[in-house]
Write a protein that binds this ligand. Sequence first.
Ligand SMILES: Nc1ncnc2c1ncn2[C@@H]1O[C@H](COP(=O)(O)OP(=O)(O)OP(=O)(O)O)[C@@H](O)[C@H]1O
Ligand SMILES: [Mg+2]
Length: 413
Amino acid sequence: MFKKIRYRLLFSYIVVLASILVIFAIAVRIYFQSSLARATREELIALGEGAAASAKFENNQVLFENEFPIKEITANHRALQWFDTQGNLIYQQGIDTINLRVSFTDKEQIQAGKNPVQSVTLPILGNEDGKLIGYVRVSKSLKEINELLSILDLGLGGGIILSLLLSSLGGVYLTAQAMQPIEESFQRLKQFTADASHELRSPLMAIKSNARVALKYPDGMREGDTEKFQDIISATNQMTCLTEDLLFLARNDKNPHHKKESVNLTKILENLVQLYKPQAEAKEIKLICELSENIELLGDSGELKRLFTNLIENALHYTLSSGEIKIKTSHVNSYILVEIQDTGVGIAPENLNKVFERFWRGDNSRSYHSGSSGLGLSIASAIAQSHGGLITVSSQLGVGSCFGVSLLAKVVT
Ligand SMILES: Nc1ncnc2c1ncn2[C@@H]1O[C@H](COP(=O)(O)OP(=O)(O)OP(=O)(O)O)[C@@H](O)[C@H]1O
Ligand SMILES: [Mg+2]
């Protein structure tokens, strides 16, 4: 149980941490990318303004001032293009140039060949009259920036994976530390239940034997005392059953592995059917048996007897007279399936997953089974689990219930 809680805690912790790291990585990526784009744009605008100021147009040709460092500007994957006022290309310098007419609707980032290119287009105005004489477009290949971003992606991705791995290791330690006090107090609670149940045995036995002695020698008793003593014995029997059930569950929680001897399940079921036949007949319930011969499995015969006793008793308690109870066995792969089907009062769909909870009793149990404690199915389920199996239930209100017990079959060598 605690293992499951630990795994769930660890999983939630990792999911939360992973979400935070991914959000952080996306934020870093977006900020870095937009900073690079802004810096590139500013760089291109500065270059474009320089290029626009140092160029003159004469006879459809661009003339540069002597000191204009065109070669240096067009290094590092940058390109310069000059256009006339109609947008026709007049001159260009650089490798990653854009083969498009100029227009102010130009997107700032376009694909030129293999690489994306960022560009800025600026108007060139005449020195004297300020009239538009052409355009200059400065562009830069984003190959290097994209390579930089890929390295950043790799770094962020690797960082997230590494931090998740390290945090998982830390998480395992932390969840173990957090669960330890809870586990300890749960163990103490179980120990207390076991001790209390054990300690209650002797006083209950004493009450019962004293009441029996009193009943054996009724001389001097007042009228009605006999009934009172009988009530005491019946209440003591009930309490003894409850303490035995609690003790069993507490011990089973502590050590769920039991002895494994070869058990003949068919014999156990046949004996139980013989035992409960008079009770069924008294209630006019038809007890039908469809048992395979000599079913063998490895387990604890006493516990298996207890498991099926609880199920058969339930079927008898919660089936009205002239009903029917069928006990059937079958083989399903490496499991033996025992089905106990009744035509009883049934269980409401919303209560189906509650019936195996400790001390849970349906409203029907109060009217059909007054001495019930609500531990019978918890014990049956614990026994089935310690035998490598489980119990399932299907039921319909007013129609009946079917409890299926699957147990690991004995491997024949
Ligand atoms: N065959 C059945 N038909 C209808 N309801 C059932 C059947 N078996 C169990 N239940 C319901 O499930 C509840 C839990 O069953 P469980 O055997 O654990 O407790 P109980 O029978 O009430 O008490 P006890 O501890 O004496 O067995 C019952 O109170 C009853 O409401
Ligand atoms: Mg019961």
